[in-house]
Ligand binder design. Structure first.
Ligand code: DUC
Ligand code: ZN
Ligand code: ZN
Length: 468
């Protein structure tokens, strides 16, 4: 990939770039090379040696990677009576500190609203506040089934993926899943699924609460691994019958891994993500006293340490396509507002800022994945799978979204170290090695050695072109 001989380009000779990142260890999903990257007009214009630029950053001793892509975040998203605490500014600012340069969030349409109108509405706050580039998944809830003929149109408008829930108020029954998956599959879109068995969860919650089992300890015990796996297996088979591929969100445990492996052996086109919380945290956090046990409530729940270890083995064996976050934090007061029963606590945690470092430190640092696999899981495949055509690669012509990463930087995660607005982190106290030093988006330096330089609202809407 490195073009050592390049001495001029279409921008004229002698070659002079706006920015050169020199002497770095350039990690792509397929290669590791020492060299320079030349950036011109926001694009990667050359890869080579001894490139000259108006500004040169010496990246000797640093890793140089594509900007990380987080394909699963919920910013300023109303859920029940609360709205997730990070808005498009605080969330994307935190993302910049964490080395993420593109996100995919969600659109939910009201019953009488078209998908297009809902997308326009949701684009407005992102355009006003986001400091990095963003796209959206379109949600298909039970009230949206009469809108299925709008799928080709909304894909044209730039929403190429469709969120289907098997849990919560927006959950679809199997016949509804079949209809939605058939329509998305026919249009060539990518369905993404929250897979849990809602009926069983409701029954177990009711049973536990009736017995007085109301503390957060009972949250994972009301959402058993077996029924996350059952739901994942079921939706994969329904998608197969509907002629659609399917992407399983936030896989939390090895039972789901088994379902995915079985389906792939059957030839079914299934892809999957897991998230840092299922790789770094365990369910004993729910046994902490008071609000501390409530803070890490999320769904699917954190699992046992054995499950966590087995999930890492699956990551190492290449089962997962992407690592994203499901970033959806609520502040301490909201988490503490009603501790009378675990199902009253708003579900969701922050992970957006630590993802790239955590996957490096716990994955590459512990030799569970290679540097290229780290980049592939966090940058390249997320961009490719979700059709962010300009993102996820260090290649000539792509957007110059680049991270200069200090692999030696040792740090301890604390709320004060992070920019996320929740004011708490479930990763508190975890020691990590490796942290972004520069975050560059379309050639613009947004983070330089801890100093944030991005203008609010500079982020641009990106179409997710999942078809073909
Ligand atoms: N799970 C959560 O815990 N919060 C947001 C959405 C989800 O799937
Ligand atoms: Zn979900
Ligand atoms: Zn989610």
């Amino acid at each position: 990939m490195i073009d050592n001989n390049r001495k001029d380009n279409k921008f004229g000779s002698p070659l002079m770039f706006d920015l050169v990142i020199a002497n770095g260890k350039i990690i792509t999903s397929t290669s590791v090379t020492l060299g320079d990257i030349g950036i011109k007009d926001g694009k990667i214009a050359a890869l080579g040696q001894d490139l000259e630029g108006a500004r040169v950053i010496d990246a000797a001793g640093r890793l140089v990677t594509p900007g990380a892509v987080d394909t699963h975040v919920h910013l300023e998203m109303p859920i029940g009576k609360y709205t997730s605490t990070d808005d498009f500014y605080t969330g994307t600012r935190a993302a910049v500190y964490g080395g993420t340069t593109s996100i995919i969030d969600f659109v939910e349409s009201r019953q009488a609203q078209t998908f297009s109108d809902a997308l326009e509405e949701r684009r407005a706050p992102a355009a006003a506040r986001s400091v990095i580039d963003y796209g959206f998944h379109m949600t298909i809830g039970p009230d949206d089934l009469e809108k299925l003929e709008q799928i080709p149109e909304i894909m044209e408008a730039g929403c190429g993926s469709f969120k289907l829930y098997m849990a919560y108020g927006l959950h679809l029954r199997d016949d509804q899943l079949y209809k939605a998956l058939s329509a998305v599959g026919k249009a060539g879109g990518l369905p993404v699924v929250h897979a849990e068995n809602w009926d069983i969860i409701c029954a177990l919650i009711e049973e536990n609460i009736a017995k007085g089992n109301t503390s957060p300890h009972w949250h994972p015990r009301s959402r058993p691994e077996e029924f996350e796996a059952e739901a994942a297996g079921r939706v994969i088979q329904i998608a197969g019958q509907a002629g659609s591929r399917v992407h399983i969100f936030h896989v939390s445990c090895p039972q789901v891994v088994e379902e995915i492996s079985k389906a792939r052996a059957q030839g079914l086109p299934v892809t999957a993500e897991t998230c840092p919380q299922y790789l770094l945290l365990t369910q004993d956090l729910y046994d902490r006293e008071g609000v501390e046990g409530a803070l890490p409530i999320c769904s699917p729940p954190l699992r046992s340490d054995n499950s966590r270890r087995e999930l890492w083995q699956a990551v190492g064996s290449g089962l997962f396509d992407t690592i994203s976050t499901d970033h959806c934090p609520f502040c301490r007061e909201e988490k503490a507002a009603d501790l009378s029963a675990f199902n009253k606590i708003p579900g969701g945690i922050p992970s957006m800022e630590i993802r790239f470092s955590a996957m490096y430190s716990e994955g590459v640092g512990k030799e569970l994945i290679s540097e290229s696999e780290w980049v592939d899981l966090c940058c390249t495949t997320p961009a490719r799978l979700f059709g962010l055509k300009q993102k996820g690669e260090i290649a000539i012509g792509r957007d110059a979204d680049i991270i200069i990463f200090d692999p030696e930087k040792e740090w301890t995660v604390t709320p004060d170290e992070l920019q996320e607005s929740a004011g708490w982190t479930p990763y508190e106290g975890i020691k990590l090695k490796g942290r972004p030093e520069y975050t560059i988006s379309r050639g613009e330096i947004l983070l330089e050695k801890g100093e944030f330089k991005a203008e609010k609202g500079r982020g641009l809407f990106q179409k997710t072109e999942t078809k073909g």
